[in-house]
Write a protein that binds this ligand. Structure first.
Ligand SMILES: C[S@@+](CC[C@H](N)C(=O)[O-])C[C@H]1O[C@@H](n2cnc3c(N)ncnc32)[C@H](O)[C@@H]1O
Length: 206
């Protein structure tokens, strides 16, 4: 694992105990907006699944594959997955190999903390079956310069100046036809950020 990914792993291992509470307090988006896009999935892969918060919005009978580099975050995800089909895997998302394709590839608040996000988005698309979809939810700071200055950790490494322009550009580079883009609101008093959901269909060339 490279140094940056190693730093991400440590950052989330340290915060795994408080992550759910922190998210509820500071980034309490309505994740149910993803339901119409994920509900028919027979097989779904999630990059950077963290503590498995999205499992609450995915059908019980969907086979779920959650990948994360933080073993501590995964402990919670494993607990949430108990009694359901699928598995969580402790691995950098890029390194996961599987020949079976998925109906849906999901990534929430993942690309914004992943230093290798463009490479990893290309990888994510390879897991989607023809006709399947990608669903991304992420946030973008209104004033990334101030965030970089004030915060350390992953924000320092990954906070980009126009993340939404970047993410759409990367989706196009990955031959993804963007079929939906919705604002899910603005959060945070000190470092305001907007959350958006992107939905897309990878084209056949992938
Ligand atoms: C902000 S959290 C989001 C967790 C979850 N998706 C959610 O919406 O609550 C980002 C997660 O991505 C994981 N992560 C970051 N880079 C990764 C990589 N290259 N491979 C796998 N997981 C990674 C982190 O360990 C962390 O659990």
């Amino acid at each position: 694992m490279d140094q940056l990914t190693d730093a991400i792993q440590r950052y989330y291992d340290d915060r795994a105990q408080t992550y759910d509470e922190w998210t509820k307090r500071w980034l309490n988006i309505d994740r149910s907006v993803m339901i119409p896009h994920v509900r028919h999935a027979r097989r779904l892969i999630e990059f950077g699944c963290g503590t498995g918060l999205n499992l609450l919005y995915i059908n019980q009978d969907t086979e779920y594959i959650g990948l994360d580099v933080s073993g501590q975050m995964l402990k919670k995800a494993r607990h949430r997955l108990r009694g359901r089909a699928g598995r969580v895997v402790h691995t950098p998302a890029f390194e996961y190999n599987d020949t079976a394709r998925c109906d849906i590839a999901l990534a929430t608040f993942f690309f914004s903390v992943d230093p290798h996000w463009e490479r990893d988005m290309k990888r994510l698309v390879t897991h989607v079956r023809p006709g399947g979809r990608v669903v991304f939810i992420d946030h973008c700071y209104r004033n990334p310069g101030a965030v970089r200055k004030a915060l350390g950790g992953v924000q320092y490494m990954t906070c980009r100046s126009n993340y939404y322009r970047d993410i759409k550009g990367a989706m196009l580079d990955c031959n993804i036809l963007i079929t939906g883009e919705d604002s899910l609101g603005c959060y945070g008093r000190h470092f305001p950020r907007e959350v958006r959901m992107f939905v897309g269909i990878p084209k056949k060339e992938n």
